[in-house]
Design a protein. Structure first.
Length: 154
């Protein structure tokens, strides 16, 4: 069921808190999460954020709403290993909403340990033409209060 992901997340002071179960299959021979899985956990969090905020995730956004938000920048800073031992608590906050772009600040924690940070920037595009568009008004109205909220991911 699609809304299971949104049910694992909640908003507080503009920050979306999302819980991910890190599995054995997410790990490398060193028994820590593969490096490539860490940005993916951020992407899962953003998809759940859209669903919790707007009532639809990326699939519906692209297929039914006629717009998408492909990434134009992604960066991560690693601080501590992520393992299957504890849930990964992901914190996500939109920090900048431009006319045609959206920037998120992200942080992942396990058992109170700050494991990694991320910065994700996406552009709003028309899914038929793949040309940049302004953020739809209903989307802008939903995101602006979260950008202005005082919460932080760290």
């Amino acid at each position: 069921m699609r809304d299971e992901g949104a049910a694992r997340g909640a908003f507080q002071d503009g920050v979306f808190n999302y819980r991910i179960r890190v599995g054995w299959g997410d790990c490398d021979p060193a028994q820590i999460a593969y490096t490539a899985r860490l940005p993916d956990f951020g992407l899962q969090t953003i998809d759940a954020w859209w669903e919790a905020l707007m009532g639809y995730g990326w699939y519906e956004m692209n297929r039914d709403k006629g717009f998408g938000t492909p990434f134009v920048h992604l960066s991560c800073d690693f601080r501590a290993p992520v393992t299957p031992r504890h849930p990964l608590i992901c914190k996500l906050k939109p920090v900048k909403l431009g006319t045609r772009s959206l920037e998120f600040d992200f942080a992942g924690f396990q058992d109170g340990v700050h494991c990694y940070d991320g910065r994700y920037v996406s552009a709003f595009v028309n899914t038929t033409t793949f040309r940049p568009i302004a953020a739809p008004e209903d989307v802008r109205a939903a995101i602006e209060p979260l950008v202005a909220a005082s919460g932080t991911v760290r």
